[in-house]
Design a protein around this ligand. Structure first.
Ligand code: ATP
Length: 258
């Protein structure tokens, strides 16, 4: 996926301009930014749901605007936030819904589609949840089901809207581990929005910060995530420091509350 000289917004109101980045296979790109900074607006533009106000988004070299929705879905899979509620479909059925873009219109899933759904459940280590209604799953499990649904779509690029939102500490780590593995092991291109600069440091190859109508980056997370930038974007003091972890050290970002 590539964005070039992109301006995004609603109607005639520009939310951000001069946006440029390329997302490559095998890489995780994190999109940071304060509430109202424009992350959702940018994601919706990348998905072809709202038109760019300037510039263009290309998928496999073709402008998204020239692709039909089903073609976009074959190249790009969207993973929404896991919200409670919804219908009590078994996880297996929810994952099989990811095949819709690959089916002839009005056709039900066939053996190949069922196999792709099973493979996606397996890949995320949630095959044992296949028959459980998604409404009875934990937030982390539900998020993994939604990622599996995107995998079943067999697109090479995943766009995730805050995959760790409203997850507890353990489930955040569980989902982040899978996000990293999807890029490293499966060679997928992953763009994820996050409210946690630390998550960008933890799993992303590159990070971008959207605020004040501009996009900073992409650049290495360790270069982007600095106390000065976090103060400017979020109005908060933060420390970024090396801490020992098994096998070495890593940069950690934490807010300072006085
Ligand atoms: N449908 C819309 N019509 C007009 N303006 C909108 C619409 N949706 C969002 N906006 C405005 O666009 C700006 C960016 O909002 P957006 O939802 O993209 O930010 P965000 O970074 O995703 O925020 P959050 O982190 O809170 O989800 C805000 O000023 C918002 O009020």
């Amino acid at each position: 996926m590539q964005a070039e000289a992109l301006a995004v917004g609603h109607g005639r109101r520009v939310v951000a301009r001069d946006i440029g980045f390329a997302l490559e296979e095998g890489r995780v790109l994190a999109l940071l930014g304060p509430n109202g900074g424009g992350k959702t607006t940018l994601l919706r533009t990348l998905l072809g749901l709202i038109a760019p106000l300037a510039g263009e988004v290309r998928l496999s070299g073709t402008p998204v605007a020239r692709l039909a929705r089903r073609e976009v879905a074959r190249l790009l899979a969207y993973v929404p936030q896991a919200s409670p509620g919804g219908f009590a479909y078994p996880a297996r059925e929810v994952v099989a819904m990811g095949r819709a873009a690959r089916l002839p219109l009005l056709a039900g899933p066939g053996a190949r589609d069922r196999a792709a759904a099973e493979a996606a459940l397996d890949r995320l280590g949630i095959a044992h949840l296949a028959d459980r209604p998604v409404t009875e799953l934990s937030g982390g499990e539900r998020q993994l089901v939604l990622i599996a649904r995107a995998l079943a779509q067999e697109a090479r690029c995943l766009v995730m809207d805050e995959p760790t939102a409203s997850l507890d500490f353990g489930n955040q780590a569980l989902v982040l581990r899978q996000v990293r593995a999807l890029a490293t092991r499966d060679g997928l291109a992953v763009l994820m929005t996050t409210h946690h600069p630390d998550h960008a440091l933890l799993v992303a190859d590159a990070a971008m910060l959207l605020h004040g109508g501009r996009l900073e980056g992409p650049m290495a997370p360790a270069v982007l995530v600095t106390p000065d930038r976090l103060r400017a974007a979020y109005g908060v003091e933060a420390v970024v420091a090396e801490v020992p972890v098994p096998g070495g050290t890593r940069l950690v970002c934490a807010p300072v509350v006085t």
